[in-house]
Design a protein around this ligand. Structure first.
Ligand code: GLY
Ligand code: MN
Length: 359
């Protein structure tokens, strides 16, 4: 658990961006950013940060929780939060407000614009930039999330029977996560069997899982707010030699990409390492998404591990490495680990094995 001084420190790190935007105050209503900067975990909040204060606005449901969780000054507002925020801006004689244009709705923007006497300035990505490099405490929480996620898969596989439907198996996985102590999932569990595994983000259906087919499982837990993310593709029964060759190629590609993860390397280089191997196997056209993404308080965060991402990897960044190939009518194979960038390279946090498991 992070203490309040850690949140204060995070808010201080935001101040240079605020000065650069020539704004006296910064407002965020994006819940992961509110949580990162204040510790508050409720579902309705906005945080106003100035050079020396932090005001947390929420509704009466959260009165007790907000003061317990957050070191910020809690202001309870009945009804919409923005009028309350405008009132406090006036009281504090703040005239310029930086807002996150990528996080608010058009309606909220119009309300902000019509706040009398306040000039608004767009400023997006400042908190996300800070969030990109994780602290030791955050890495420890992500590690716990990753371990729990792997334990949940292991337990769920002990209860696997081919007669199950995709939904049954997804439910088993999520049940195990909860029993192991997760707050929930970090995204909707993907269980896709047979041809449906060719849909990279398939929703589980009530189709029974067939034998002699692929079974792709993509799952993530939420532990103390932090995500994990893992994909494993299993064989239910026997697979055609072509499909087994595809599996080996994806595994080789994933290992090559992990090998490329080091500080000072642009994300695009990691993406390229994965694609190069698949190209050598004639499978690169079937790799239709990016190689990975950052994760933390959200399942998808900066940096993106994609063709165009020039961001340099730094120690403390936590990313996924997840190449995959998808052939319509045949199936899809993806192998995904969560990885932390270290001073000397990287550490794969995911403990689950990657050799093809036959169920
Ligand atoms: N594993 C879910 C995703 O990366 O979108
Ligand atoms: Mn992922």
């Amino acid at each position: 658990m992070t203490d309040h001084s850690e949140y204060e420190h995070r808010r201080e790190r935001l101040l240079p961006a605020l000065r650069q935007a020539r704004a006296e105050a910064f407002l965020t209503s994006a819940l992961p950013n509110v949580r990162f900067l204040s510790g508050f975990t409720g579902s309705n909040a906005a945080l106003l940060v100035t050079s020396d204060r932090a005001l947390l606005f929420t509704d009466p449901r959260y009165q007790t929780q907000a003061s317990r969780e957050s070191g910020a000054e809690v202001k309870i507002v009945k009804g919409p939060l923005l009028p309350g925020i405008a009132g406090w801006m006036k009281r504090l004689r703040l005239n310029t407000l930086a807002f996150e244009q990528n996080r608010i709705s058009f309606e909220e923007y119009q309300q902000l614009k019509s706040m009398a006497g306040i000039r608004i300035k767009p400023m997006s990505g400042a908190v996300e930039d800070i969030r990109m490099v994780k602290s030791a405490a955050e890495i420890a929480t992500i590690r716990a999330s990753v371990r729990l996620n792997s334990a949940a898969l292991e337990q769920a596989l002990e209860h696997f029977t081919p007669a199950m439907t995709e939904v049954d198996f997804a439910a088993e996985i999520e049940y195990r996560m909860r029993l192991l102590g997760a707050d929930g999932t970090s995204f909707q569990t993907i269980v896709a069997s047979g041809e449906r595994s060719a849909l990279p983000h398939a929703h589980p259906t009530d189709h029974p899982i067939q034998t002699d087919q692929l079974l792709l499982v993509d799952m993530g837990a939420n532990v103390a707010g932090y995500a994990s993310d893992m994909t494993r593709t299993h064989a239910v029964g026997k697979l055609a030699p072509k499909v087994r060759r595809m599996y080996r190629a994806v595994l080789e590609s994933q290992l090559a990409a992990i090998d490329a993860v080091k500080p000072g390397i642009a994300c695009t280089i990691v993406d390229r390492a994965a694609r190069r191997i698949l190209r050598a196997h004639g499978l690169d056209k079937l790799f239709i998404h990016s190689t990975g993404h950052g994760l933390g308080l959200e399942i998808h965060e900066r940096p993106r591990i994609g063709r165009k991402e020039r961001t340099m990897l730094e120690p403390g960044m936590v990313i996924t490495v997840e190449p995959g190939v998808y052939e319509e009518g045949l199936g899809g194979i993806r192998i995904e680990d969560t990885v932390v960038v270290t001073a000397g390279g990287c550490e794969v946090l995911t403990p689950t094995g990657k050799e093809l498991v036959v169920l």
